[in-house]
Design a protein around this ligand. Structure first.
Ligand SMILES: CC(C)(COP(=O)(O)OP(=O)(O)OC[C@H]1O[C@@H](n2cnc3c(N)ncnc32)[C@H](O)[C@@H]1OP(=O)(O)O)[C@@H](O)C(=O)NCCC(=O)NCCS
Length: 158
C-alpha cells in the first residue's frame, strides 16, 4: 500500500540554507513573481548581501529554491527586510520554516525585538506574521513608494 506521510513530511523536506550569490537569479525570479511592480532590483539584494548576510537565507524544497528571507539586525533589534515564497510552493509551510529559522538565529545572536512592515492589504503576509506572534504596532500611512499604507508589526523574542 502507498504510504501517506502528510504535512509533517512536507515540512521535513524544507531545507533552510544561507543565501549565496549563485542563488541570486532564482531569488530575483521569486521576488518578481511575488511583488510584481514592487519587486526590489538586483542592487538592493547585493546591498542586503553586503550588510545583512548573517540573516539572509533561502528555503529549498526538493533541491529547488522555493523562497527566501532576509533580516537586518543590530545588537538588540532586528527588522525582517523581506520574505517571499514562489507561488508554486505556497501554503506548504515554507515561509513558516524560513521565519522560524530566522527568529531562532536572531534570538541566538542576542536580538530581543523584531519588527517588520506589511502592506495593509497583504492578508496572507499579515496572517503569517500573526501566526508567528507578531502584533500590529501602528498604521504607517503612505509607507510604500506608490503611497500604499503599511502596518508596522513587532514581537519580542527571548
Ligand atoms: C506571505 C507568503 C510569504 C506566505 O508564504 P507561504 O510559504 O505560502 O506561507 P506558509 O505556507 O508558511 O503559511 C504559514 C501560515 O501563514 C498564513 N498564510 C499563508 N498564506 C496565507 C494566505 N494566502 N491566506 C491566509 N493565511 C495565509 C497561514 O496562517 C499559514 O498557516 P496554515 O497554512 O497552517 O493556515 C507568500 O504568500 C508570499 O510570498 N507572498 C508575496 C510576498 C509577501 O507578501 N511577503 C511577505 C510580506 S513582505
Amino acid at each position: 500500500m502507498r504510504s501517506f506521510h502528510g504535512q509533517r513530511s512536507l515540512t521535513r523536506a524544507i531545507q533552510i540554507v544561507p543565501f549565496r550569490l549563485r542563488h541570486l537569479p532564482r531569488v530575483l525570479r521569486i521576488e518578481r513573481a511575488s511583488f510584481g511592480a514592487d519587486a526590489w532590483p538586483r542592487k538592493y539584494f547585493l546591498e542586503l548581501y553586503r550588510d545583512c548576510r548573517d540573516f539572509f537565507v533561502v528555503a529549498k524544497v526538493g533541491g529547488r529554491i522555493a523562497g527566501y528571507a532576509v533580516a537586518c539586525a543590530d545588537k538588540r533589534n532586528a527588522e525582517i527586510a523581506s520574505l517571499a515564497v514562489h507561488p508554486d510552493y505556497r501554503r506548504r509551510g515554507v515561509a513558516d520554516a524560513l521565519m522560524r529559522h530566522t527568529l531562532a538565529e536572531l534570538s541566538a545572536a542576542g536580538v530581543r525585538r523584531v519588527e517588520l512592515m506589511v502592506r495593509t492589504e497583504n492578508l496572507a503576509g499579515a496572517q503569517l506574521y500573526r501566526s508567528l506572534g507578531f502584533r500590529r504596532v501602528r498604521l504607517v500611512p503612505r509607507y510604500y513608494e506608490d503611497s500604499g499604507d503599511g502596518f508596522l508589526m513587532a514581537r519580542a523574542i527571548q
